[in-house]
Design a protein around this ligand. Structure first.
Ligand SMILES: *Cc1c(COP(=O)(O)O)cnc(C)c1O
Length: 430
């Protein structure tokens, strides 16, 4: 969706100078927009005991994470570098939840050592915690959504049998009882149905499913989970015709549901947790790229100086990202493909898009790159990841990550010489 008029105004005020000073391409994030969105998120759930744990995979830059931490957000991590990114933003202990899957021993070690809130994705994690002899007193159990993900639509989990995340509902009591035996005292439950939802309904569905499990655990085991984590997945309108997610409506509906449940069951309502990524920062970033080449083949091509290494979503999901041309509104329009330089024909930011006519040297803005953009980048074909800038309140622009260089690309070749020689077979030698 077109970036907010406010962000556009702030951006236009600095754009030509920033492009000149820092060079293109770059992602630029809007401090004011991010902070206003954090405040709005907190307002939407003000009547419910709640905390948002930002999904670090969406934008792991510590300069961005620090903005979120200042609004009381915690962080959801699933790898060692993400734990480090959260720590760099000042998060400690239960400011972090660790929602890994297919967890490695090193990851489990780090999670226990840092005292973060571990989200148990599989019963084997309990075996490993028990074997270490160091069991956290609080654990979150991630519940497999079963058929629910399909019911909610727009699932990224695929069909229920193929979803790899979480503990099956019919095993939950057994796993919880086991966790209690090895020393866990406090529990929470987690479920994530999918990503990119634009209506509250899927979140209310997962809340109902989790509340049902809270009752079951209470009835069967006398365990009362203290929080329910509804995961991430709140969508943003990438297309101009899509409506923004109504977060206040979700806040009100969730609050009402929890109050009703409390009255009906006589049990205290659990705290509410989210791990939203896209919704928090997605609309507050833009990829700024310059037109390198105008090319005519069967189609008209606009070749730009960024590519899939900066933003993969169009190539891998066929995702729509809105594109605008600063000062382009008075120009005539044409239909073009906007392409990067990678030797893959899906290295396109847009196909057959109507845009103002551009010439070489013009700037293009590719919208909604504040989440799942830079962080998904890769270096295939020697295409390196671009720099990240932060547009501060007050209008200054700060580089918060430099562009990758050829030195970075070759850095991993500099390793300790190490050779494993073939084992000679004494029988064969004879
Ligand atoms: C990806 C993911 C998120 C964030 O998803 P968004 O769509 O960015 O909100 C949160 N939690 C988990 C476990 C995830 O895998």
């Amino acid at each position: 969706m077109p970036i907010s008029a406010d962000f556009e105004k702030r951006l236009n005020a600095v754009l030509p100078r920033a492009a000149e000073h820092f060079g293109t391409p770059f992602h630029i994030y809007d401090e004011q927009g991010i902070e206003e969105n954090c405040a709005a998120f907190n307002r939407a759930f003000a009547d419910t005991p709640y905390r948002e744990y930002y999904a670090v995979k969406a934008n792991p830059n510590p300069a961005v994470l620090r903005l979120l931490a200042a609004h009381g957000f915690g962080f959801d991590c699933s790898s060692l570098p993400e734990l480090t990114a959260a720590a760099l933003a000042g998060a400690v202990g239960h400011d972090i939840c660790f929602t890994s899957n297919n967890t490695s021993p090193a990851e489990l070690d780090a999670a226990v050592r840092l005292g973060v809130l571990i989200n148990v994705d599989d019963e084997t994690v309990l075996d490993k915690l028990a074997a270490r002899g160091e069991v956290p007193d609080t654990l979150c159990l991630r519940v497999h959504p079963g058929n629910a993900a399909g019911e909610a639509g727009a699932s990224y989990l695929g069909d229920p049998q193929s979803a790899k995340f979480g503990i099956r509902v019919d095993r939950l009591s057994v796993v919880c009882a086991r966790a209690r035996r090895i020393g866990v005292e406090h529990f929470g439950l987690h479920m994530m149905l999918g990503s990119g939802y634009l209506t509250p309904q899927p979140f209310l569905l997962s809340l109902d499913l989790l509340l049902e499990q809270v009752e079951t655990l209470h009835r069967d085991l006398g365990v009362l989970p203290g929080f329910v984590n509804l995961g991430g997945g709140i969508g943003i309108p990438y297309r101009p015709e899509e409506k923004p997610f109504d977060l206040p409506a979700l806040g009100a509906a969730v609050g009402a549901r929890l109050r009703d449940w409390e009255l009906a069951t006589g049990l205290p309502r659990p705290r509410l947790l989210f791990e939203s990524g896209r919704y928090v920062t997605g609309p507050h970033g833009v990829l700024v790229t310059r037109v390198l080449n105008r090319m005519s083949k069967w189609r008209e091509y606009v070749g730009v100086d960024a590519g899939m290494s900066a933003l993969m979503r169009p190539a891998i999901y066929g995702a729509y990202h809105h594109i605008t041309v600063p000062d382009g509104s008075d120009r005539r329009h044409e239909v073009v493909d906007v392409v990067g330089s990678l030797c893959e024909n899906n290295d396109k930011f847009a196909e057959q898009r109507t845009l103002p006519i551009v010439t070489e040297g013009d700037l293009l803005l590719i919208h909604d790159t504040g989440a799942h953009a830079h962080s998904m980048g890769f270096t295939y074909n020697g295409r390196l990841r671009p720099q990240e800038l932060l547009l501060r309140r007050g209008g200054s622009v700060e580089r918060i990550r430099r562009a990758e260089s050829e030195n970075d690309y070759f850095a991993t070749l500099q390793c300790r010489p190490d050779v494993l020689v073939p084992v000679t077979d004494p029988v064969g030698v004879r």
